[in-house]
Design a protein around this ligand. Structure first.
Ligand SMILES: [Zn+2]
Length: 110
């Protein structure tokens, strides 16, 4: 008999995943943010598992998979990180299109 698809996700695995995800996003238990770690992650962004078959956790939880959960102590940390990444990108964009030294304050309305 051929092996069943090894990528099949067992029920217990799924339950475990749900449980871990719940703990990770528990609003009543948010650990302090490690700013230094956050900066390091911004400098060296972690890869998501979307192109890796081996991460069953990703298939169940998407970008909140086990690997992300080991990097960020809590969901709110991850949310903050994503905000910071967005800001960083936008900032880079504005720096690119605005002249040096010129800021985006609304002087023209004076
Ligand atoms: Zn993963």
């Amino acid at each position: 008999m051929k092996d069943l698809n090894i990528h099949l996700i067992s029920l217990s695995e799924e339950n475990q995943e749900k449980h871990e995800l719940e703990m990770w996003s528990n609003p009543l238990d948010i650990p302090e943010i490690d700013i230094e770690q956050m900066e390091t992650l911004l400098e060296h962004p972690p890869k998501l598992c979307d192109d890796q078959d081996h991460c069953n956790s990703y298939r169940l939880s998407g970008d909140r998979c086990k690997c992300i959960r080991t990097l960020f102590l809590h969901e709110t940390h991850y949310e903050l990180y994503k905000q910071l990444v967005k800001q960083k990108i936008e900032q880079g964009f504005w720096e690119l299109i605005s002249k040096p030294g010129k800021h985006l304050d609304k002087d023209e309305n004076k």
